[in-house]
Write a protein of this length. Structure first.
Length: 257
């Protein structure tokens, strides 16, 4: 297992760094005073959470597809595609986007379909520029809302813009979260061309973590080609935690297996 400790200056060149934060409505606070009341909890009725899988990425050619910044209006179509192909992925969700989703239906479906949920902060602010207490709130507000809706205790997070440092790492360790970066950037946030996205994803190697964003329709349109290209190379699609077997270690930073 390879643990990556990438300098922030290098991360500033990576794709998510140039990606704009989710747009907030005027007057919407960065953090809510309290979590929304009266939300449904647990997995959607009639759709049981899939059982865990026995996947050995020490033997298989595994690759982890990851989707950031949602859920969005395009996430449902992406989930349809993944279900049709029996593919599981990891979704790093933004708390604001979860709160804006009607009754939390999308995040509940992500969990019910067997995908992994990861914490991508509440409002997609750069955590390295915030006081420690604000970093904690960015993580815990999203954690509490996702847990209220799905019953899932998230174990992984992705720092917005890939920006992290020792102070952020210490806070993620306290919250029981491993930091997950990537080693394949599809640049789907910049180039909204499905063919380009699929071509870049095809550069994956065994153990790769691929960065994509489910807030873009063009990314969802690229996914069938991404799956075809990687499946043709013999890859098995896994969640981030499946990639690392017993799961990545809280506080540590990972970019590939």
């Amino acid at each position: 297992m390879r643990v990556w400790a990438l300098p922030v200056a290098l991360l500033a060149l990576a794709g998510c760094v140039s990606h704009a934060p989710p747009r907030r409505e005027p007057g919407h606070s960065i953090l809510p005073a309290a979590l929304p009341a009266g939300l449904p909890t647990g997995a959607p009725a009639g759709r049981p959470v899939p059982a865990g899988r026995d996947v050995d990425c020490g033997l298989l050619k595994c690759v982890a597809l990851t989707f950031d910044d949602g859920p969005s209006r395009h996430t449902g179509g992406l989930l349809d595609l993944l279900r049709q192909r029996a593919v599981r992925a990891t979704f790093f969700v933004v708390g604001e986007m979860v709160a804006a989703d009607r009754h939390g239906e999308t995040v509940r479906r992500i969990a019910a379909d067997g995908h992994e949920l990861g914490n991508h902060s509440w409002s997609h602010l750069s955590l390295t520029g915030l006081p420690r207490r604000a970093v904690k709130r960015q993580l815990t507000h999203t954690e509490h809302l996702v847990r209220q809706l799905t019953g899932v205790r998230m174990r992984v997070m992705r720092p917005p813009y890939g920006s992290t440092d020792a102070r952020v790492a210490a806070e993620t360790r306290r919250e029981g979260l491993a930091q997950i970066l990537w080693n394949v950037d599809t640049f789907d946030w910049r180039d909204h061309e499905p063919a380009k996205v699929a071509a870049r994803a095809a550069h994956a190697r065994p153990g790769s973590i691929i960065l994509m964003h489910d807030i873009h329709r063009s990314t969802v349109e690229a996914v069938p080609a991404v799956l075809d290209r990687l499946a043709a190379k013999g890859f098995t699609f896994v969640t981030v935690s499946e990639l690392y077997g017993n799961g990545p270690v809280p506080g540590r930073t990972y970019g590939a297996r």
